[in-house]
Design a protein around this ligand. Structure first.
Ligand code: PGA
Length: 255
């Protein structure tokens, strides 16, 4: 490790397209009430649906919890019906945004170039992009985990350059582990995370040491403590389990 680089520990909740107005209010209230039990060294982040961002800001602005969005458009404004821009997210207090989540790559034709443009838009607006990478089950069986991840990283690096990664976070999310209840085992996760950092180091060692590297895919309170013991892992991206405040805070505390 480059001397003096202390990376932030991050536990991020991706709420996806979940929650009613009432359930989201309850969740925000419980997080607000419980966050003081999580050590301040761990940054907790929630990513609600766009429509709940205003309420999220209202409830969380006086807490240490940060929030962000699950997607962003590449342009800052314009005739893009139904889209939301990075400056709009900033105006609602967002500090993070997911880019290239596998569900968007799959259902919304997220091309490598489009993902790179979203990443760039986030950086322009001073949002921290959380770039998601990971292999499918078939790619894993074919032994292509690392080549696929390097390709996904190169698609963004080739457009934005390594300097733009200084404030970025990368989440290793094997597609086969998302929402399946089959979290990846800690040791292989550690190996992939190390490979990602080595890959970035070849472009710029100092920046590579600053990038937060998370794991995501079926994290529950049971997996979290083993996962967070790995020194390579800076945190987790939690889907399903983040909809339950008690479990999500347990996960954060297990760091
Ligand atoms: P999961 O989702 O924890 O429900 O598997 C993770 C994610 O998609 O970010």
């Amino acid at each position: 490790m480059v001397h003096g680089v202390e990376r932030q520990k991050l536990v991020v909740g991706n709420w996806k397209m979940n929650g009613t107005r009432e359930s989201v209010l309850k969740l925000l209230y419980s997080l607000q009430a419980g966050i003081s039990t999580v050590p301040r060294t761990i940054q907790v982040v929630v990513l609600p649906s766009f429509v709940y961002l205003e309420e999220t800001e209202r409830r969380l602005k006086s807490t240490s919890i940060a929030w962000g969005a699950q997607n962003v458009h590449a342009a800052d404004s314009g005739a893009f019906t139904g889209e939301v821009s990075a400056p709009m997210l900033r105006a609602f207090g967002c500090t993070y945004v997911l880019v290239g989540h596998s569900e968007r790559r799959r259902y919304n034709q997220g091309s490598g170039e489009g993902i790179a443009e979203k990443f760039q838009a986030a950086i322009r607006a001073e949002l921290r992009p959380i770039l998601c990478v990971g292999e499918t089950c078939e790619e894993r069986q074919a032994g292509e985990t690392l080549p696929i991840i390097y390709k996904q990283l190169d698609e963004v690096l080739g457009k934005v350059g390594i300097a733009s990664f200084e404030k970025a976070v990368i989440a290793y999310e094997p597609v086969w582990a998302i929402g399946t209840g089959l979290a990846a085992a800690p040791q292989p996760v550690g190996a992939v995370i190390t490979a990602i950092r080595d890959f970035l180091s070849k472009k710029d060692k100092t920046i590579a040491e600053k990038v937060g590297l998370l794991y995501g895919g079926s994290i529950t309170r049971h997996e979290a403590s083993e996962l967070f013991k790995l020194p390579q892992v800076d945190g987790g991206l939690v889907g399903g389990a983040s909809l339950n405040a008690a479990e999500f805070l347990d996960i954060a505390r297990s760091f």
